[in-house]
Design a protein around this ligand. Structure first.
Ligand code: ADP
Ligand code: ADP
Ligand code: MG
Length: 453
């Protein structure tokens, strides 16, 4: 096992990884930008190295500085967390070149899944169902028109290098198509350095259901069941997630789980990963993409399976075999996560920054809070607006909802607007309580209550 790990991230996920290291008796090195000096992950770490100024391109995306920090501190492995360098194949390669283990999949697997159009093609070949759409990226305007006419409107234009809900545009009819494709290509080039886009059929009233997989470096791969992530903003950002999905039957759970394992095996996957699916109102499911990293909402899977995913990531990277078999995985009770953000619902969810003069976190039986904040913490302006994740567990969904409502009521922050009142609205909505939701629910709710993004 490693003696020292460098955590190439910030915020709550850095704290989460730090805790796994500590429990395993591994020393943890934090890296931080100048804006994150006072952050909790820096305070809790065994060692901390400043890797550059506030803007993330100069610090958390600075592969050279992070690699040097690992070498200087003698870290044997790097955990990339999510976002930043976690899905950058060349960073995994740099790690390997300098003899530091990247805690994640092999660079080849990141590459195969990182380009979404390539991933679709790979999945199709492997026999995993994909949404009807273009074969690979669009090579001409004529192809866009031909494919869209064939699959029928509406369609989505997606950047093959997109992520985090960005690079997705819905097209309602042929008149819009060429204009939107051009805009999408220009945006994709500017945001991701890659202008390639592809088409998919737009599935109305879909649910986003994703499957957690764990694979070791010796060819053994299992799934840990699904997460329902259909409560998303208009910009496709997840807000509330839960496990298990009450929409699936045990037979469907097995089918979608098997498909996820097949997807992972098709790219020689190792470590933790998530296969995202579209689940249609007709009960069909299609591969959407694979996130080759730990995911924001991983704790709800931990809550219902009792498996510590981050500890397994570390063990797998250290070459240990995955000693869990598929039949060891059982799902107990129900878990819900809410993402608490420093965003002002009244101002179009504008991100806020500033000092949190007072923080009161919820607690109690079945309540977990993963966060970097504390009273006196200053939210830097450079990063995402996540303040905390509240994860509740209870024996059933109704009790989990009650527990989440109670936790949201306890949660109190002074010094910055938050989305807490908005989360309360969601948890109080009858459609949510009755599980009558799809990805269209939250945009609908927002327009009903007069909130815009
Ligand atoms: P996951 O796929 O793990 O659920 P998301 O899709 O929410 O995570 O986010 C993917 C990545 O985008 C994450 O690494 C996260 O840090 C980043 N991200 C999420 N929300 C925002 C935001 N509002 N602004 C900037 N980055 C974000
Ligand atoms: P990202 O890499 O940004 O996470 P995804 O491909 O996972 O991109 O899609 C993000 C979200 O966009 C999905 O969770 C879903 O809400 C919506 N979406 C993606 N593809 C489709 C589709 N074919 N039809 C309808 N909605 C879609
Ligand atoms: Mg996604």
């Amino acid at each position: 096992m490693f003696k020292k790990i460098l955590i190439a991230n910030r915020g709550e996920i850095a704290v989460r990884i730090l805790r796994a290291c500590r429990e395993m008796g591994i020393a943890a090195v934090a890296v931080y930008s100048e804006a994150d000096r006072e952050s909790l992950h820096v305070r809790l770490a065994d060692e901390a190295v400043c890797i550059g100024p506030g803007p993330s391109k100069d610090s958390y995306f600075n592969a050279a500085n992070i690699a040097q920090a690992a070498l200087i501190t003698g870290a044997e492995a790097i955990h990339p967390g999510y976002g930043f360098l976690s899905e950058v194949a060349s960073f995994a390669e740099i790690c390997s070149t300098i003899g530091v283990k990247f805690i994640g999949p092999p660079p080849e697997a990141i590459e195969k899944m990182g380009d979404k159009a390539t991933a679709r093609a790979t999945m199709k070949k492997a026999g995993v169902p994909t949404v009807p759409g273009s074969e690979g990226t669009l090579s001409s305007e004529q192809e866009a028109q031909r494919v869209a006419a064939k699959i029928g409107y509406p369609v989505v234009v997606k950047a093959t290098a997109g992520g985090g809900g960005r690079g997705i545009r819905v097209v309602e009819d042929e008149d819009e198509l060429l204009r939107v494709v051009k805009i999408a290509q220009a945006e994709a080039l500017a945001s991701f350095g890659n202008a390639e886009v592809y088409l998919e059929k737009y599935i109305r009233r879909m649910r986003h259901i994703e499957v957690q997989v764990l694979a070791d470096e010796h060819g053994h791969c299992i799934h840990l069941g699904e997460r329902e992530c259909s409560i998303q903003t208009v910009r496709h950002q997840k807000v509330v997630e839960e496990a298990p999905s009450v929409s699936l039957t045990p037979a469907l759970r097995k089918k979608i789980g098997d498909a996820a394992v097949k997807a992972a095996k098709a790219v020689g996957y190792a470590n933790a990963g998530t296969v995202e699916f579209i689940y249609t109102p007709e009960g069909e499911f299609y591969f959407m993409e694979m996130n080759t990293r730990i995911q924001v909402e991983h704790p709800i899977t931990e809550a219902v399976t009792g498996v510590d995913l981050v500890q397994w990531q570390i063990r797998i990277a250290a070459g240990e075999p995955l000693t869990l078999s598929q039949k060891d995985i059982a799902w107990n009770g129900h878990s819900i996560e809410c993402r608490v953000t420093a965003q002002d619902p009244a101002k179009g969810f504008a991100p806020a920054a500033g000092t949190l003069s007072h923080v009161r976190l919820p607690g109690g039986l079945g309540v977990r809070v993963d966060t970097q904040i504390y009273g006196g913490y200053t939210v830097p302006p450079f990063y995402d607006s996540n303040l905390a994740k509240i994860i509740v567990w209870a024996p059933d969904r109704a009790q989990a909802i009650a527990r989440m409502r109670s936790s949201l009521q306890e949660f109190h922050v002074e010094g910055s607007p938050t989305n807490i009142s908005f989360l309360q609205r969601i948890l109080a909505d009858e459609r949510y309580v009755n599980n009558e939701v799809s990805t269209a629910f939250l945009p609908q709710l927002m327009s009903e209550v007069g909130l815009a993004l």
